[in-house]
Design a protein around this ligand. Structure first.
Ligand code: ATP
Ligand code: MG
Length: 227
């Protein structure tokens, strides 16, 4: 069954796009059918997959979400680009910022991406969503559409403080819109593995969110036991 994973953190530059692209390509190399969705107006994922001018793309995630909003059919494979690495992806560009604003007046605005993904899930083993560095309506759409949220985080004091807001938002989405949602993994850049106090704080933060049960949290550190 297809697993949908949002890669999210409202802090910028923590490795969301890098994680999404590399995890996707790694899964494809294992023989999995993988779709990457860029839920970020910056177009960084498109750029890292070789699209030099994402803002000039005619069909993007925006085209697809607008069709869902207007109850129009999305053609099979519409907007999907196949990459030599064996992954499919749907890019985004600056137009996604405009769509985010327009979503305010849309009925069931949190469910638009889920409605689309539900129609393509049978085609893939994994769908990975690269979120933008904010907790706005597009990121909420990604969380509502996902089974898991993967949070790349830097093991330092301020990033962990910022994580509280993200965990709260995930909890709210879990309670009100998507009871399936779990935190899958908090991944940490290898240079931070030694900071066990910060890692403990992250674990406690996740565990304190009682509404996430079961909470699948794996901290990749040799120093911190995961209970
Ligand atoms: N594990 C890593 N080790 C070293 N550098 C990394 C690692 N992961 C990402 N980077 C570098 O950090 C920078 C930011 O990464 P990336 O664009 O993936 O972050 P992001 O969270 O997607 O940013 P944004 O919030 O702007 O979307 C890039 O230059 C990337 O090459
Ligand atoms: Mg990014």
């Amino acid at each position: 069954m297809c697993k949908v994973i949002a890669i999210a953190n409202q802090k910028g530059g923590v490795g969301k796009t890098t994680t999404c692209v590399n995890l996707g390509i790694g899964l494809a190399r294992e023989g999995k059918r993988v779709l990457l969705i860029e839920a970020d107006a910056q177009g960084s994922m498109a750029a890292s997959l070789g699209i030099q001018e994402p803002d000039e793309l005619e069909v993007t995630l925006v085209t697809i979400m607008e069709k869902v909003i207007n109850d129009e059919d999305v053609e099979p494979n519409e907007g999907i680009i196949w990459h030599d690495e064996g992954i499919a992806f749907i890019p985004a560009n600056i137009e996604l910022a405009g769509l985010e604003t327009a979503l305010v007046n849309v009925m069931s605005r949190e469910m638009i991406l889920k409605q689309y993904l539900d129609t393509v899930k049978t085609e893939y083993d994994y769908i990975l969503i690269d979120c933008m560095p904010s907790l706005g309506m597009i990121t909420i759409n990604a969380l509502v559409a996902s089974d898991y949220v993967l949070i790349p985080v830097e093991a330092a004091y301020l990033p962990v403080k910022g994580l509280q807001q993200l965990i709260k938002t995930i909890g709210r989405v879990h309670r009100k819109l998507n009871p399936q949602l779990s935190i899958l993994l908090v991944s940490l850049p290898s240079r931070d593995y030694g900071r066990s106090e910060v890692l403990s704080a992250i674990i406690m933060l996740c565990v304190s969110l009682k509404s996430l049960d079961p909470l699948h949290t794996l901290i990749k550190s040799p120093n911190v036991p995961v209970k």
